[in-house]
Design a protein around this ligand. Structure first.
Ligand code: UD1
Length: 367
């Protein structure tokens, strides 16, 4: 039994790390295929190094482009790769363009697809990730859901219940396995900050950064916040800041930096007073680390974090952002419980189910 794991972008690397480690421990015959969607050192290699992910067996060098270019190139090159060394199962994670290309290439070759992080829905089809999620879930054979609401979404879409497995959130396993390193790092010291006296912000979604007015409002709010804001810049955001001439809005209380590595980011997040974000992963990571989160989006597929009281959706307008931050500074927020099954057992659950269904013979290798 041969398994191909397909990754392409930063959030994929975080999600595949514990799965790869557990497959190696069980001596499962796997290959890691990288589409090359993310390629900069800071968006790519740094994550592989820090999360101990082995160098991919192949990198298809797809790179950036329009959605059709990126997904199409990945599809063509992945098909060639899967034909060359035909696996018995393909695993894809998350919702990026490489996830869709991997699932589609495999499904068309009649190779069963496993989707880790199945069932998340924002119900907003203007988001490219939403299109990717829906399509992947409808061609996958094994759907591993992170939350109970994700299971419900899949059932509501008429997906055969025997394919759906509620295993919990794989991102939580990565975080919990790295928690000691995250807590020891104290990255805030490098910026002369004190724990729980600053905010960490990430912003990269096209709807927030591709519109000059919107980006100006968001950056303006961050720079006027009543506490320092650390803002690692995604390459897309950096490009737009230059294009829209917003460099001058970055003042001393808004600390704009290059993108952080996984451990640096999680260290800054775990010691922050609050998180401001439009990323999916940060909403979940803040929830697990008990850091309140304000999400600058109209909707979220991470509804569990909102229902628990860990996360709130806010408008991408200067006044809305500032009044939400001020509200948290003045009133704080009630503590919340960690979501069900967000623990260190996700990969064991996933591989247990695959073993039972595919007669995947594995032996645990001691390392
Ligand atoms: C992708 C995912 C998004 C995820 C994000 C995390 C899709 C549709 N979107 O968005 O869900 O939250 O990754 O980062 O797959 N760029 C670089 N260097 C890189 C990678 C990208 O400079 O290594 C720049 C390029 O200008 C590129 C732009 O960033 O055009 C966008 O990259 P792309 O991979 O298309 O999407 P992301 O915005 O990163």
């Amino acid at each position: 039994m041969k398994i191909a794991c397909i990754v392409g972008a930063r959030p994929n690397f975080i999600k595949i790390a514990p799965l790869i480690a557990e497959m190696a421990r069980r001596a499962i015959d796997y290959r890691l295929i990288h589409t090359g969607q993310h390629y900069d050192y800071e968006m790519n290699d740094k994550f592989f190094e820090e999360l101990d992910i082995p160098v991919p067996d192949i990198n298809l060098g797809v790179g950036s482009g329009t959605h059709a270019q990126q997904t199409g190139q990945a599809l063509i090159r992945l098909e060639e790769e899967l034909l060359k060394d035909r696996p018995d199962l393909v695993i894809v994670v998350g919702d990026v363009n490489s996830t869709l290309a991997g699932a589609l290439a495999a499904a068309k070759l009649n190779i069963p697809v496993t989707h880790v992080e199945a069932g998340y829905r924002s119900f907003d089809r203007t988001m490219p990730e939403e299109i990717n999620r829906v399509l992947v879930d409808h061609i996958a054979e094994f759907l591993f859901a992170p939350t109970e609401d994700a299971v419900e979404n899949l059932i509501n879409e008429g997906i055969d219940q025997s394919k759906i497995h509620f295993v919990g959130n794989i991102m939580a396993e990565t975080l919990l396995r790295n928690l000691k390193k995250i807590k020891e790092r104290k990255k805030y010291k490098e910026f002369g900050l004190k724990p729980k006296e600053y905010a960490i912000a990430t912003i990269h979604r096209p709807e927030n950064v591709d519109d000059a007015h919107r980006l100006r409002e968001i950056i303006g709010a961050f720079s006027e916040a009543p506490l320092p804001v650390v803002l690692p810049l995604h390459p897309r955001t950096q490009k737009r800041i230059n294009e829209f001439d917003l460099q001058s809005s970055l003042n001393r209380s808004l600390i704009a930096t290059d993108p952080f590595s996984y451990l640096d980011m999680l260290s800054l997040l775990s010691d922050a007073f609050l998180a401001l974000t439009d990323s999916g992963g940060v909403q979940e990571e803040a929830c697990l680390l008990h850091v309140p989160c304000l999400t600058i989006r109209k909707n979220t597929e991470r509804v569990t974090t909102v229902n628990l009281g860990a996360n709130r959706l806010i408008k991408g307008e200067r006044n809305s952002i500032l009044s939400a931050i001020n509200g948290l500074v003045e009133n704080g927020v009630a503590p919340w419980m960690a979501p069900l099954n967000w623990d260190k057992q996700i990969t064991k659950r996933i591989l247990g189910i695959l073993e039972a269904n595919l007669h995947l013979k594995t032996e645990v290798v001691s390392i």
